[in-house]
Design a protein around this ligand. Structure first.
Ligand SMILES: Nc1ncnc2c1ncn2[C@@H]1O[C@H](COP(=O)(O)OP(=O)(O)OP(=O)(O)O)[C@@H](O)[C@H]1O
Ligand SMILES: [Mg+2]
Length: 229
């Protein structure tokens, strides 16, 4: 579904992603784990086309992404949930979700989305800015899913969210993956969430993969040691 080879991203002279090699099978959930400033957001933003790659190759669903503009990546089936829960505050929940739909008219929120996130159905007429942080995170997730992506890029979805909701989010993501065959690349620092959600874990340090393993056999202590400051 996604294949990166020697993938490199830089800001001017500063190389942040250093020749990454990574591939995701269809339906796989891969967590990219790393401390602050290790390049998680840079990787996500470059994959969705917000930052150009400096070198190497990225292929999505068999086709090169390197010269493909961001909007076309979305049309081809990539979805992105940026770090920091960016909702349109003065639009309703329903209107926010509709901004994620990019085909078909009239715009109708697919009913199954509300089944994953019942709170959003209940609050669909409320202003998104009035939702709690955890509810806003569900909203941005629903908005991305409304575009029916094949590959979802999630940048630190648990930031600032309480443990019970984090647990719930992992469950919902796996349900959605099972039901829709979605492939997910998620960046994270919360190890409990990673252990709940991921099939495979890769550790990013200064733009390099320094460790990777399957979640079932993962050495939690070792991964935690990479996250310790
Ligand atoms: N626009 C930019 N110009 C120059 N350097 C940048 C820019 N954006 C990020 N960086 C630098 O790139 C490095 C990686 O940042 P990035 O935001 O990708 O890290 P991160 O792993 O997402 O961190 P966090 O966990 O804090 O979100 C950092 O050293 C950061 O200062
Ligand atoms: Mg980040």
């Amino acid at each position: 579904m996604l294949a990166l080879s020697d993938y490199t991203v830089a800001y001017g002279q500063s190389q942040v992603i250093n020749g990454l090699n990574l591939s995701l099978e269809p339906g796989e959930i891969v967590a990219v784990v790393g401390r602050n400033g290790m390049g998680k957001t840079t990787l996500m933003k470059s994959l969705i086309g917000m930052i150009p790659a400096r070198g190497g190759e990225a292929r999505f669903d068999g086709q090169s992404l390197m010269t493909v503009p961001g909007y076309e990546r979305v049309q081809r089936g990539m979805g992105f949930v940026p770090q920091g829960r960016m909702v349109f505050s003065s639009m309703t929940v329903e209107e926010n979700i509709k901004t994620g739909i990019h085909s078909g008219k009239p715009l109708v929120v697919p009913g199954h989305l509300y089944e994953y996130f019942p709170i959003l159905r209940e609050f669909r007429k409320r202003m998104a800015g009035n939702l709690s942080g955890g509810q806003q995170q569900q909203l941005v997730l629903a908005r991305a899913l409304a575009g029916k992506p094949k590959l979802l890029l999630l940048d630190e979805p648990t930031e600032g969210i309480q443990p019970s909701i984090i647990k719930e989010m992992a469950k919902i993501l796996r349900q959605i993956r099972d039901a829709e065959g979605l492939t997910i690349l998620v960046s994270e620092q919360v190890l409990s969430f990673v252990m709940d959600v991921a099939d495979r874990i890769i550790v990013l340090e200064k733009g390099n993969i320094v460790h990777q393993e399957n979640r079932v056999s993962a050495d939690e202590k070792k991964i935690a040691s990479y996250l310790a400051v």
